[in-house]
Design a protein around this ligand. Structure first.
Ligand SMILES: [Fe+2]
Length: 358
């Protein structure tokens, strides 16, 4: 099999640069799992790239797909693995912290409290591309912020909060003030109701991140948290809003970025934007920190041309890396103005959008 030709074919189909190493990584993933979502999770390549590579391998007889969508390497695939010295994917993730570096044992009580508080939380809906993270993920994020000195006695802005991070942070009793700016009325109401019952300093307001930041919040906060849509355009708007809200140098921003909807090429372009346009330092990138609870609308919202893709996930496969950025001396105020953001979905996105409506 000509791997280079296969990678070029996938690049042409997906419009996402795909390398020989990417193909090898997918084959390595296939050697340790037959479940599509587990392979997407471990290979850490854009969803469409993984799907097209598997499709191309099937065409060439290296993998077979059974009626339940399970993917296995054929004898020919096994031989290819051996001939090219590709090792099956190994996993040495620390089971005690699920790889986050925050001991779950230490935040057990918070986790329990959060689960009790949010048992009636609003469902994730497609309208705003929602999907929320597990309790362990959200409480570990709060612990991380606390550990880094960004939460206790501090003012926190949460831009978009289907994760209910505001309540998670609020229930610890540590932040001085938390403001949520969120587009979904259901969440705005829910957070305000819970916050007043809990008697914590959390206030949520309706806000569209394309609008300028409310003036009173410009330069007001110590820390911001967000989970941006992963087009470069949306990332830029979100970072502009978050960083505009910070009061000066030594403040921090937290957000997740996936490998499933953002290629490393996009990561590189985004990191350059952070360093050159926004002039912040990237202090932390913690791989696979945020695990998402599977959401109901997944299979109906993605491509349906491959049977192995249309299978119900057996694990919380959708994950993002935790970024922490910090403003450094010379941090300048960014102009606060409306920013039209046209692009929420690009060729790396999970949600299938026909070419015309993009
Ligand atoms: Fe650990």
């Amino acid at each position: 099999m000509d791997v280079r030709q296969l990678s070029e074919e996938v690049t042409a189909k997906t419009k996402v640069d795909t390398t020989v190493r990417d193909v090898e990584k997918v084959i390595s993933g296939l050697a340790s799992s037959s479940h599509f979502w587990e392979i997407v999770c471990t290979v850490q390549k854009p969803f469409s790239v993984v799907a097209e590579i598997i499709g191309a391998l099937r065409e060439r007889g290296l993998v077979s797909v059974d009626q339940d969508g399970a993917i296995t390497l054929t004898r020919q695939g096994q031989e290819f693995l051996k001939d090219n010295s590709i090792a099956p994917r190994r996993d040495y993730t620390c089971p005690a912290c699920e790889g986050r570096g925050i001991g779950l044992e230490k935040i057990k009580e918070w986790m329990q409290k959060f689960d009790e508080l949010t048992v009636d939380r609003p469902k994730a809906i497609i309208d705003y591309d929602q999907g929320y993270i597990t309790t362990a993920s959200v409480m570990a994020r709060v612990a991380l912020m606390t550990e880094r000195g960004d939460l206790e006695g501090k003012k926190l802005l949460v831009l978009g909060d289907d994760d209910l991070l505001s309540l998670a942070a609020g229930l610890t009793g540590m932040p001085k003030e938390i403001v949520v700016l969120e587009i979904d009325d259901r969440l705005v109401n829910y957070i305000n109701e819970k916050a007043s019952k809990l008697n914590v300093p959390v206030k949520a307001f309706k806000y569209d991140f394309r609008d300028k930041l409310p003036e009173q919040y410009v330069g007001y906060f110590d820390t911001f948290n967000t989970d941006p849509p992963e087009t470069l355009e949306a990332l830029e708007v979100c970072m502009t809003r978050g960083l505009s809200s910070l009061s000066g140098e030594g403040c921090a921003g937290y957000f997740g970025l996936t490998r499933t909807e953002a290629s490393l090429k996009k990561w590189s372009q985004f990191q350059q934007m952070l360093l050159s346009k926004f002039k912040v330092a990237i202090t932390d990138i913690i791989d696979n920190f945020n695990h998402y609870v599977n959401w109901d609308y997944l299979l109906g919202s993605i491509r349906d041309d491959y049977s192995f893709v249309q299978v119900k996930p057996k694990l919380n496969w959708y994950r993002s890396s935790m970024y922490r950025i910090e403003t450094v001396s010379g941090f300048e105020k960014i102009e606060n103005k409306p920013m039209p953001c046209e692009l929420y979905v690009d060729e790396e996105a999970l949600i299938y959008k026909p070419e015309k409506s993009r």
